[in-house]
Design a protein around this ligand. Sequence first.
Ligand code: KIV
Length: 253
Amino acid sequence: MKLTAQDIRAMKARGEKIAALTAYDFPLTRLLDEAGIPLILVGDSVGMVVLGYADTTSVTMADMEHHVRAASRAKPRAVLAADLPYASYTTPEQAVTNARRLVAAGAEAVKAEGGRAILPQVRAIVAAGIPFLGHLGMLPQQVREEGGYRIKGKTEAEHTALLADAHALTEAGAFAVVLELVTPVVAREITQQIAIPTIGIGSGPDCDGQILVTQDLLGFLPWVTLKHVRVRLNAGEQIREAARAWRKGLGHH
Ligand code: KIV
């Protein structure tokens, strides 16, 4: 049976771990769906792992729509969520317009980065009937302002802010929240305190679920190593080897 955002939310009460992965195209969405992944995200990480940008701030709505359309053609049983890209949700009106564009492209939920800072936008998206996935902790769309990717929750101020943001997103109607690079202790505390599932990435083992960029999990980018990922397949090396073996097999004229 087709899954909904409410089904993802309900997994927390049942103590069922939520396994979420990213996909940006038809075959990968289909394969992850066949593997039983209940939440698939067309993330703006597409900008870094597929489009070759240095960070996610160059990703546009047109990029996201293109990839959401491709992924949604797999008609997954999984909930297909999509990222609102950089600067696409600066006001509630703009957030709803762009969330609707992603839904028209085939998304069933949208994600945006931030807590209390974007609460009017979150409320407007939820009021428009579009399921909303939160994203707290390290916010990749702010990498330029912050000057890098840094773990969040180490100071008392960050700890307090993260808790307040998580409660605010819950009250605004988010169905789950991604916690990216949050200290495991703070991620656990948030997980215990809020009613909606936390989905961690580099935030320790005690979240209600985990999300990874599939290209990281499968080793598509062998030139990148990430502390929080145990690589399950050396796809990059295997592709290189298969192409080399094919080239050699062509022989000489
Ligand atoms: O863009 C993305 O893929 C994400 C996940 C890593 C959570 O935001």
